[in-house]
Ligand binder design. Structure first.
Ligand code: SAM
Length: 280
C-alpha cells in the first residue's frame, strides 16, 4: 500500500533543487540535434494544484517556490526554472505546480521521447491523462520504475537522461537505488542519471551519497541544498541531487544558483549548500 502522494510536497525546496537541475540537464541534451530519451522511474502525477486538495494541507510550496515566485534577481538557472513555473501559471498567480515530466515536456523536441513509470494507481491515471496529448512520444507505465529502467536500457538513440526520484519512505529504497544504478551503468554506461535524495537524520539517507560515489561511474556531480539545521526529529532539512555523467557546464551553473537559493530559502542559520564533483 503506497501512502506517499507528491501533491503534499509539490513545489517545496526539494522540488526546486530537483527541477532546476533537471531543466539544466535537458537543455544541455538539446544542444545537439540527435534525439534523446527521458526516463522518469518515479514520475508522480505530472501536475499539481496548489490551491486545492492535498497541497493545501501542508502548503510546503510556501517555503519553496512560493518564496521565489516574485523574485526578479535570480541567477540564470533559477530564472529559467521560474520562467517555466510562471508558464504553468498563465494567470499570474501561483496556483499550480508542475512535476518532473511536465518540465521535461516543455523542452522535449519532436525527435525525443519520454518513458514514465509510476506505481500508485491514482497517480498513474493522472499521469496518463496529463501526457496523453503527446501520443507515442510519451509512454506511461504502471509498475516499478527501477525494474522498468532495466527494460529501457540502452535506449535506441544511445542518449538518455534518467531521473530516479523515489519517496524514500521505505528504507529499502536506498539500497534499491544503488543496485539499480549499478545495473544501469552495466547496460548503458554513458547515460546521464540524476538521483534525488532527502537529507534526513536516518542512517540510510546519510550513507547514500558515499554509496553513490563508489559506483563505477567516471564522472559525477553532487549538489545539496539545506534550508535549515538537521533536527532531532525525522524531518527533511534539505536534499541532494547526485548526477552521474553530468554535462561539464552544470557545475558552473549550480555554483551560481546554489548560494542564491540557500539564502532565498533559508529557514535558519543551518541553511547552506555543497557542490562536489569527480571528473574523468
Ligand atoms: N518525480 C516526481 C516529480 O518530481 O514531480 C515526484 C515523484 S514522488 C517523489 C515519488 C513517486 O514515486 C510517488 O508518486 C510514488 O507513488 C511513486 N512510487 C513509489 N514507489 C514506486 C516504484 N517502485 N516505482 C515507481 N513509482 C513509485
Amino acid at each position: 500500500m503506497l501512502s506517499y502522494r507528491h501533491a503534499f510536497h509539490a513545489g517545496n525546496h526539494a522540488d526546486v533543487l530537483k527541477h532546476m537541475t533537471l531543466i539544466a540537464l535537458a537543455r544541455h541534451l538539446n544542444q545537439k540535434d540527435k534525439p534523446w530519451w527521458y526516463i522518469d522511474t518515479h514520475a508522480g502525477a505530472g501536475f499539481y494544484a496548489l490551491d486545492s486538495g492535498y497541497a493545501t494541507k501542508l502548503a510546503e510550496y510556501e517555503g519553496g517556490v512560493g518564496r521565489l515566485w516574485d523574485r526578479t534577481d535570480a541567477p540564470p538557472l533559477v530564472a529559467d526554472y521560474l520562467s517555466l513555473v510562471r508558464h504553468a501559471n498563465p494567470n499570474g498567480k501561483l496556483t499550480r505546480y508542475p512535476g518532473s515530466p511536465w518540465f521535461i515536456e516543455q523542452l522535449l523536441r519532436e525527435q525525443d521521447r519520454m518513458r514514465l513509470f509510476e506505481l500508485h494507481t491514482t497517480e498513474v491515471e493522472l499521469l496518463g491523462r496529463n501526457f496523453h496529448h503527446l501520443g507515442n512520444r510519451s509512454i506511461v507505465t504502471l509498475g516499478d520504475g527501477l525494474a522498468g529502467l532495466k527494460a529501457c536500457l540502452p535506449p535506441p538513440p544511445r542518449r538518455a537522461l534518467t531521473l530516479i526520484d523515489p519517496s524514500f519512505e521505505n528504507k529499502r529504497d536506498y539500497a534499491a537505488v544503488v543496485a539499480a544504478l549499478k545495473d544501469a551503468l552495466g547496460r548503458f554506461a554513458n547515460g546521464t542519471y540524476a538521483v534525488w535524495y532527502p537529507q534526513l537524520s536516518r542512517l540510510e539517507a546519510r550513507e547514500l551519497p558515499e554509496r553513490l560515489e563508489k559506483l563505477p561511474a567516471k564522472t559525477w556531480l553532487h549538489a545539496t541544498l539545506a534550508v535549515g539545521r538537521p533536527g532531532h526529529d525525522k524531518g527533511m532539512y534539505g536534499s541532494g541531487m547526485f548526477i552521474i555523467n553530468p554535462p561539464w557546464t552544470l557545475q558552473n551553473d549550480l555554483s551560481s544558483a546554489l548560494p542564491w537559493l540557500a539564502k532565498a530559502l533559508s529557514q535558519d542559520e543551518g541553511a547552506g549548500f555543497t557542490l562536489e564533483a569527480q571528473s574523468a
